[in-house]
Unconditional design. Structure first.
Ligand code: TYD
Length: 211
């Protein structure tokens, strides 16, 4: 069994963290070593970049923001993701290149193709084996976030509702273009059900029978 790279994408409040935790536990029960990680972040340098992109006060120019995500990705892929895959482990990651394409490329208007090519350069072309898109109505997602932790939003979360609608549409468009890589799951369904759908897609990828 070779290493696998699985990414989770979706808007705020779609339940990526909950689903990743459930999947990690299940993979562990089946004897797989899982590396749970995230972008931005996942390394010491990445956590510093995360501070800047999510919590910097005032304006950050869109191109600078895009390059900060790309810098984070370059370091993270080289120091965390590829080494884990070389050890035949399963990397389960919150957000990756598709987030850059949706947020910076489409919603910020920098261009989907250009942002994907910057990101591919940063990652030396590493593509996920599977991308789980947790799709959820924007209003529902934001209400979940607000309920979970009060009304404090980070820089991207506090963008207007239309921005997040654009992000959602961008993810769905990507999934349509690459149906073999994407699994689109209705994140409004109960968490257990969402998890069953994800496990069914992950099982053959990691050599687990009868999920
Ligand atoms: P995070 O706190 O990880 O939230 P979530 O639970 O929504 O994943 O926030 C990450 C934020 O960074 C999120 O608003 C999307 C944004 N982002 C980008 O804009 N571009 C990127 O390339 C990545 C990886 C994230």
């Amino acid at each position: 069994m070779t290493g696998r790279f699985i990414t989770l994408e979706g808007g705020d409040g779609a339940g990526k963290t909950t689903q990743a935790e459930m999947l990690t536990a299940w993979l562990g029960e089946h004897g797989r070593t899982v590396v749970r990680t995230r972008e931005p972040g996942g390394t010491a340098l990445g956590e510093r970049i995360r501070e800047i992109v999510l919590h910097e006060r005032g304006h950050v120019s869109p191109r600078a923001e895009a390059l900060l995500y790309a810098a984070d990705r370059a370091h993270h892929v080289q120091t965390v993701v590829r080494p884990a895959m070389a050890r035949d482990e399963v990397v389960l990651q919150d957000r990756y290149t598709d987030s850059s394409v949706a947020y910076q490329g489409v919603a910020r208007g920098l261009g989907a193709e250009r942002i994907r090519s910057v990101s591919d350069w940063a990652s030396e072309g590493l593509r996920p084996d599977l991308t789980v898109l947790l799709d959820l109505d924007v209003t529902v997602g934001r209400a979940r976030v607000a309920a979970a932790r009060g009304d404090t939003f980070d820089r991207l979360e506090s963008e207007a509702e239309a921005f997040h609608e654009t992000v959602r549409r961008a993810f769905l468009d990507m999934a349509e273009v690459e149906p073999d890589r994407f699994l689109v799951v209705d994140a409004a369904a109960p968490a257990d059900h969402v998890q069953d759908v994800i496990r069914a897609a992950v099982a053959p990828l990691v050599g687990i029978d009868g999920a």
